[in-house]
Design a protein around this ligand. Structure first.
Ligand SMILES: N[C@@H](CCC(=O)N[C@@H](CS)C(=O)NCC(=O)O)C(=O)O
Length: 326
């Protein structure tokens, strides 16, 4: 049987994140060892925060457990222990102290995805940050697995991602993120206050309205060729992207995260698009276009540090597109 760490929980105080003002000291100055220390500190902090969140839920579960042990404990105690409610409590507690947090669900979440999709990446990061287990359903675009009748029944647009949670099926990455946040609110990703929620949605809307289409105009010809006849269009799109990155850089100059003092849906929604763009910009095929994006540390230094911060998240590697490693 699990022994919840009540005593240690009471004295369990996570250290505070270093303030934005000290962020430059921690990570800046172009010193890589300082930067590594910053990343390590951040990783530790994130693990701590996740642990605290889990202990807090564990505390709630255990309070429920204790509430079910009434005065007549000695008489009915043994029977009560086997009661379904208590069993359920213990199962949930077991999940919480191991790495198998499923939010009390019996059925696994299923994620239909394709490697390298920034929209899929958003959902994977959301699942990982929330510590939610899911069943991976990797679709091979080259085999047309996203256009089969069975898949089109789940997502008539024939795109990824699609999420299945029990009987509920949802597509569109932002919709999925918002669903997951409402259903599994730990940690909250769409803001703790109305103001934060508004700012998070503003970042996401800006990304969808300006970054996504300009990014596509740059990334696609680099990955799939045929860019040389569209040089002007690509350079125009690159200008839009530099403008967007400048705005993001300015926001990040005074804060670790795009909105608020913890990672939010704004960071998770924007990051994969930035990563995809950087990958494209680093390709040899990008050279003729003079995109003016790299080296990122020089062009957009705060974006560069923010990217490192997200890459240092626990389980980030699990979300990294498998074919990018090849
Ligand atoms: N707005 C959608 C975009 C999804 C999307 O465009 N997915 C691409 C991969 S990056 C896809 O599945 N493309 C396959 C196709 O269109 O046939 C979302 O946010 O989920």
């Amino acid at each position: 049987m699990i022994k919840p760490p009540f005593k240690s929980f009471k004295s369990f105080k996570p250290p505070a994140l270093s303030s934005p003002a000290s962020a430059g000291e921690d990570e800046g100055g172009g010193s890589s060892s300082r930067c590594d220390r910053g990343v390590q500190k951040f990783q530790l902090q994130t693990r701590y925060n996740l642990l605290v969140a889990r202990y807090q839920t564990l505390e709630k579960v255990s309070r429920g457990f204790r509430a079910n042990i009434p005065v007549g404990w000695s008489i009915i105690g043994p029977r009560l222990l086997s009661a379904p409610l208590v069993k359920n409590c213990l199962e949930q507690a077991q999940e919480l102290v191991t790495d198998n947090y499923t939010g009390g669900r019996k059925m696994a979440i299923e994620l239909y995805w394709g490697s390298g999709s920034p929209f899929v990446w958003r959902v994977m990061l959301t699942l990982e940050v929330k510590g939610l287990k899911y069943e991976s359903k990797l679709l091979e675009f080259s085999k047309g697995e996203h256009k089969t009748p069975a898949y089109l029944r789940l997502n008539p647009r024939g795109k990824v991602p699609t999420l299945k949670d029990g009987d509920f099926v949802l597509y569109e990455s932002l919709a999925i993120m918002s669903y997951l946040d409402r259903k599994y609110p730990e940690p909250l990703l769409f803001g703790k206050t109305p103001e934060e929620t508004g700012l998070i949605w503003r970042s996401l809307a800006e990304c969808e309205s300006y970054f996504v289409s300009a990014g596509d105009k740059v990334v696609r010809p680099i990955f799939f060729g045929k860019g040389l006849e569209k040089v002007e269009e690509i350079q125009q799109a690159a200008q839009t992207l530099r403008h967007e990155l400048k705005m993001i850089d300015q926001r990040l100059a005074g804060s670790h995260w795009l909105v608020g003092d913890i990672i939010s849906a704004a960071d998770i929604g924007v990051f994969p698009l930035v990563q995809l763009l950087l990958r494209a910009a680093s390709k040899e095929a990008a050279q003729p276009f003079n995109l003016g994006l790299l080296p990122l540390g020089e062009t957009f230094p705060y974006v560069a540090r923010w990217v490192q911060r997200i890459e240092a998240l626990p389980n980030y590697q699990r979300t990294y597109p498998p074919h990018w490693r090849q």
